[in-house]
Each structure stands twice: as C-alpha cells, then as structure tokens.
Design a protein around this ligand. Sequence first.
Ligand SMILES: *[C@@H]1O[C@H](CO)[C@@H](O)[C@H](O)[C@H]1NC(C)=O
Ligand SMILES: *[C@@H]1O[C@H](CO)[C@@H](O)[C@H](O)[C@H]1NC(C)=O
Ligand SMILES: *[C@@H]1O[C@H](CO)[C@@H](O)[C@H](O)[C@H]1NC(C)=O
Ligand SMILES: *[C@@H]1O[C@H](CO)[C@@H](O)[C@H](O)[C@H]1NC(C)=O
Ligand SMILES: *[C@@H]1O[C@H](CO)[C@@H](O)[C@H](O)[C@H]1NC(C)=O
Ligand SMILES: *[C@@H]1O[C@H](CO)[C@@H](O)[C@H](O)[C@H]1NC(C)=O
Ligand SMILES: *[C@@H]1O[C@H](CO)[C@@H](O)[C@H](O)[C@H]1NC(C)=O
Length: 402
Amino acid sequence: MEMQIKLTTFSLLLLLASSVRAQPRVFDVTKYGAAPNGDLTQALANAWKDACASLTPSKVVVPGGIYKLNQIELKGPCGAPIEVQVDATILAPQDPSHLNGDTQWIKFTYINFLTLSGGGTFDGQGAIAWTKSTCGKMKHCKQLSMNFGFGFLNNTIIRDITSKDSKYFHVNVLGCNNITFINFHAIAPGNSPNTDGIHIGRSTLVNITNTNIATGDDCISLGDGSKQINVLNVTCGPGHGISVGSLGKYPNEEPVEGITVRNCTLNNTDNGVRIKTWPGTPGAITVSDLHFEDIAMFNVRNPVIIDQEYCPWNQCTKQTPSKIKISKVTFKNIYGSSATPEGIILICSSGVPCEDVVLSNIDLTFNGTNSAAKFANVKPIIQGKIPSIDSSPGVSPAGLGD
Ligand SMILES: *[C@@H]1O[C@H](CO)[C@@H](O)[C@H](O)[C@H]1NC(C)=O
Ligand SMILES: *[C@@H]1O[C@H](CO)[C@@H](O)[C@H](O)[C@H]1NC(C)=O
Ligand SMILES: *[C@@H]1O[C@H](CO)[C@@H](O)[C@H](O)[C@H]1NC(C)=O
Ligand SMILES: *[C@@H]1O[C@H](CO)[C@@H](O)[C@H](O)[C@H]1NC(C)=O
Ligand SMILES: *[C@@H]1O[C@H](CO)[C@@H](O)[C@H](O)[C@H]1NC(C)=O
Ligand SMILES: *[C@@H]1O[C@H](CO)[C@@H](O)[C@H](O)[C@H]1NC(C)=O
Ligand SMILES: *[C@@H]1O[C@H](CO)[C@@H](O)[C@H](O)[C@H]1NC(C)=O
C-alpha cells in the first residue's frame, strides 16, 4: 500500500517535472487584443515581442477564426526556441499597395529554433492583384508580394501550414540553415501568374517532405547556393514542376550541390525535373551531386530535362555557351506518361559538357508507346530501360518552359 502511494507520488513528480520542461510559455494573440474577424497585426507584433524576449521556450498562439493581417516582420534573435501556432485563416490585404511596398507579406527572419505550426491557412488573396500583373509577359515588371519570406533562420520547422493564393511566389527561403517543411501546402488556381511554390536560395539543409504544391507555376525551384536539399514525397501540379535554376544569369552566384528529389509525383506539369542554365551570361558555377529518383509523371510535357540554353523571351544570346558545369546527376526509376514525344531531353553546354550523368530505369510513355530521348553535349551512362534514343539533330524542348 505504502509502496504504491510512494510509486504514485514518484510518477506524479516525474510527470510534473517533464511537463514543466516540455510546456512552453503561451502568448495568445487574443490576450493582446486580437478578435476574430478583426485585424491581427498589432496583437501579433506585441505577442511576438514578448514571446521572443522569453528566456524559456515560448509559443505564440493564433486560435481558430478569421483574421486580417497587414505586412509584418517577425524578427529574432529570440531568447529561446519559439513556436508560432496558427489555427486560424489569416487574410492579406487584397490591394497590393497596402503592403508597405514590401515584397513579402509575412517575414520570419534571424531566428534560431523557430517552429511554425498549426493547420492554419495564410491567404494572400491574390486574385485582384493577378489581373493587374504584367509579370507573366514582361522582362521588367513591378514585383507583387510573396506570402512568406523565411530569411536567415536556423533549425526551423514549418509544419501543417497552407499558403493560398499568394500574389507572387508563395515562399522564399534565403540564407537558412536546417529548415524543414513538412505537410506544407501551397495552392492557387492553375492560371494565376508567377505563384511559384517554394523558392530556395543560398540555404543549406532544407527538407521538404509530404507536401503538395498546386499553383500553376514552379513547384519547387532551387536557386544558387542551394546545398543539401531533400525533397521527399512531394506532389506537384498543375504547374511547371521541380527546377534547379535558373542559374548563370548573374556573376557571383554560389555553387549548387547535394540535391535529392525522391518519391515525388508530378501531375500535368510543363516540366518534371529540370536543370536550367543561361547561355551567353557571366555565371560559371558548378552544379553537382543531384539525384532524382522514384518519380511518377502524369502527362508531363518535359519529364526529364537539362536545358543549358535556357533563354526565355530572348533575354540573352545563345552565341556563347553556358559556363555552368553540371556533373554527377542521376535520374533513376522515373515512370509514367509524357505529354510530348520526348521523355528525356539533355541539352548540355557545348563549352562545358555534362559529366557523370546516369539514366537508370526510365519508363516514360507517349500516347501509349515508349517516348524518345535526345542528347547534346553529354554521354549518359545508361542502366536498364530508358526511352529510345533519337539521334536526329534539332533538339528543342517543348513549350516555352519559363
Ligand atoms: C545561424 O547559423 C549561422 C551559422 O552557424 C550563424 O552565423 C547565425 O548567427 C545563426 N543565426 C541565428 C539567428 O542564430
Ligand atoms: C535541425 O533542426 C531541428 C529542429 O530544430 C533539430 O531538431 C535538428 O537537430 C537540427 N539538425 C541539425 C543537423 O542541426
Ligand atoms: C532531412 O532529410 C534527410 C533525408 O531524408 C534526413 O536524413 C535528415 O535527417 C532530414 N533532416 C531533418 C532536420 O529532418
Ligand atoms: C505523402 O504526403 C502526403 C501529403 O501530401 C501524405 O498524406 C502521405 O501520407 C505521405 N506519404 C508517406 C509515405 O509519407
Ligand atoms: C512513395 O512512397 C510510398 C510509400 O512507400 C509509395 O506507396 C508510393 O508509390 C511512392 N511514390 C512514388 C512516386 O514513388
Ligand atoms: C492529376 O490531377 C488531376 C486533376 O488535375 C486529378 O484528377 C488526378 O487524380 C491526378 N492524378 C494523380 C495520379 O495524382
Ligand atoms: C495516339 O495513338 C493512336 C493509336 O495508337 C493514334 O491513332 C493517334 O493518332 C496517336 N496520337 C498522337 C497525338 O500521336
């Protein structure tokens, strides 16, 4: 009896001790004056300020409901790990001029150990802005705002969040170190202009897992300085697919290395997995150690493509070849249907041909028969079945492919 009481007390103490350690301090925006259907901006800024100053783990909570939010930057460094749990639907101003001229609606910057969680939706309400956008058609245009800017974050997790109808790209990741997107969703109508899903640049250790991106534009694009990126179980489409690049347009870009895209599905996209670099431009970085495997394609226009003559809207000259050196690339276990006769197009640079490219078990059909493969300036290592090699000249990727 006494033994049992002792044991119970002991386990109660243990429970208490662990819950004291595990429970973050909660900063609920409704305690800071936010009310459903009202404006969240000031309450969120104040709750963030207090939570960020905490020297023990903290959590900012935006409970269920609908809130309006103006442009905001939630900035560190903070005193301890911090979580922002959003269960609400948060609406951006519809009028782009109400975003302080900023190119990102919600910014999280300079934070270590950030978690953004909750199952909430961030709705950029882009429909009106899209009708005024000229960005789909022109080289120069006034850039609309992205839903999220994640800048200079370390050890961050974005979980169960939906980004909807962003005016421009949904997410920009810049200068981050160890950031994971898990069960993240980016959605916008297929015809919305430039609503790319997740763009990553100058970041290391980025994981994108169990994510669905359907926006009509690039699903995931990896810019210069992308390193150790893992894209796993992502579904894309409609849109432009998963792209490395474009690269080489500017001097002083950083190399791209260590990219793995695995167990993904591309459905009705312009491209499947693509690497694109500009010819006739100064960029001369290396791109290496890229692996694309276990990928299902449904009605994809260019399922597997390296395009080192990427030059939309004639913004460059193709007279000098791309200086970007691509090596150690594998495309493995890629299957499904191509929307054009060419399942594989590898147009490498005549100046610096691709090296160590492996094509392994690629089963892509066009209209029920084996699709074709076209190569320039590359001698791929072939394993197992691949599309039939077409050695006729005049390789050109299907569609505009921006
Ligand atoms: C993130 O990590 C980098 C590299 O270790 C460091 O320089 C930077 O100060 C860190 N940022 C924060 C907000 O902790
Ligand atoms: C990455 O960040 C997560 C979340 O904060 C952390 O649990 C993990 O240990 C970090 N991994 C590395 C390699 O730093
Ligand atoms: C990122 O994904 C890789 C490969 O799946 C895994 O080894 C690594 O642990 C993951 N990192 C984090 C922080 O979850
Ligand atoms: C893949 O991601 C989807 C969400 O997009 C999820 O429902 C599914 O369980 C994930 N599959 C695996 C094997 O993790
Ligand atoms: C992804 O993994 C799941 C679980 O292992 C599997 O059922 C599914 O077929 C895979 N999808 C692709 C495209 O490889
Ligand atoms: C592809 O997308 C269409 C709608 O655009 C949907 O009906 C279909 O189920 C999707 N297929 C797969 C395999 O995800
Ligand atoms: C698809 O194949 C069928 C018969 O197999 C043929 O009649 C049709 O013309 C083909 N379509 C295209 C676009 O090649």
